[in-house]
Design a protein around this ligand. Structure first.
Ligand SMILES: NC(=O)C1=CN([C@@H]2O[C@H](COP(=O)(O)OP(=O)(O)OC[C@H]3O[C@@H](n4cnc5c(N)ncnc54)[C@H](O)[C@@H]3O)[C@@H](O)[C@H]2O)C=CC1
Ligand SMILES: O=C(O)C(=O)[C@@H](O)CO
Length: 307
């Protein structure tokens, strides 16, 4: 399964829905890959594929000169880099950090400043495509950063992504574009759930309704991708409700800074907040449909959780 070994070792921190696929794609491309996650079970699963599990971000950073960070948010990114056993204590000058979590533009810009003081390059590289495309190495990357960062990322990026957008020399451009994607993604998931809820309420057969819509003008990437989870009654998180509490929050915060209105995003954000407050925060984001009253959703079909 693994290709020929290539020069250098890549580190991955965060082996969740997206990070595990990234690490797997790197192994498939022939890289030596070391990883760290706070969840021991993720590391065990990764070792079974031939990767090296590390005891801390610091331990990992001593082994690599390219580090991909795929934790959930800014706080976790800050912790794995600058916490007590953080990666910066061991990264060599001239190393590259590829930051992939979806965060605020101000955070990623401040991070570049802090890393530059340690002589470490940063590539702003949020991603899109979901867990399946992360696992197949086929996702989209929205990158920006200086030429020196790109030079160090040259071999790594094609190993993890099918489409690599190079959006400028300034860290923060990639993140801003990703926030626009999240604005649409969050609204589309909320709209897909609302439409299915309406159809079920009106007595449509859910599977037939899905078939009709995916062959009609009302379809969307998110409708096609998320509604099968509802039909299977399987809310195993491939992207959690709380991710959209975060990401629509980032879109709203970003727009608020220039007093720019986002009425649809504000409504969709409230829908994800409602789902999270109802206890579905760690479930798949399609669980936002559970907040609609007076409908019976398809029951869980026994079997393996969706991939
Ligand atoms: N799930 C998706 O479809 C997509 C997610 N994203 C973004 O990618 C990022 C990751 O999302 P997911 O993979 O869905 O999240 P996830 O929750 O599945 O994975 C995050 C991983 O980070 C680990 N982690 C948390 N704190 C840590 C720490 N201090 N040290 C080491 N590991 C730590 C967790 O244990 C977990 O395995 C988020 O910023 C998300 O917005 C972007 C595109 C698609
Ligand atoms: O793939 C993306 O883009 C996404 O952000 C979603 O799948 C949910 O996080």
């Amino acid at each position: 399964m693994q290709g020929e070994r290539q020069a250098g070792t890549v580190g991955v921190i965060g082996l969740g829905a997206m990070g595990f696929g990234v690490a797997k794609s790197l192994l498939r491309a022939g890289f030596d890959v070391c990883a760290f996650d706070v969840r021991a079970e993720a590391l065990t699963k990764f070792e079974a594929l031939g990767g090296k599990a590390c005891a801390s971000p610091q331990d990992l950073a001593s082994l690599c000169d390219v580090l991909i960070i795929q934790v959930v948010n800014a706080e976790q990114t800050e912790l794995v880099l600058f916490g007590s056993e953080g990666a910066v204590t061991a990264l060599k000058p001239g190393s590259l950090v590829i930051s992939c979590a979806t965060v605020a533009p101000a955070f990623i810009e401040g991070l570049e400043e802090k890393l530059r003081q340690q002589e470490i390059w940063l590539l702003d590289a949020p991603m899109s495509g979901g867990a399946a495309k992360a696992a197949s190495g086929d996702m989209t990357l929205m990158t920006s950063g200086p030429a020196e960062a790109y030079a160090r990322a040259e071999k790594v990026l094609p190993a993890i992504a099918g489409k690599i957008y190079r959006l400028g020399e300034k860290v923060g451009v990639g993140t801003r574009v990703k926030i626009v994607n999240q604005h649409l993604a969050g609204i589309h998931i909320a709209a897909a759930a609302e439409a299915m809820a309406l159809g079920i309420r009106e007595g449509a057969d859910p599977a037939t309704l899905f078939d009709v819509i995916t062959h009609s003008a009302g379809n969307s990437w998110m409708f096609e991708n998320r509604i099968p989870h509802i039909l299977a009654g399987d809310y195993t998180p491939l992207s959690a409700v709380d991710i959209f509490v975060k990401d629509l929050g980032l879109a709203l915060d970003t727009a608020r800074r220039t007093k720019f209105p986002l009425p649809l995003a504000a409504t969709a954000h409230q829908m994800f907040l409602n789902a999270s407050a109802a206890g579905y925060g760690r479930e798949d984001d399609s669980a936002v449909i559970k907040t609609f009253p007076g409908i019976t959703l398809p029951a869980s079909s026994a079997g393996t959780p969706h991939e």
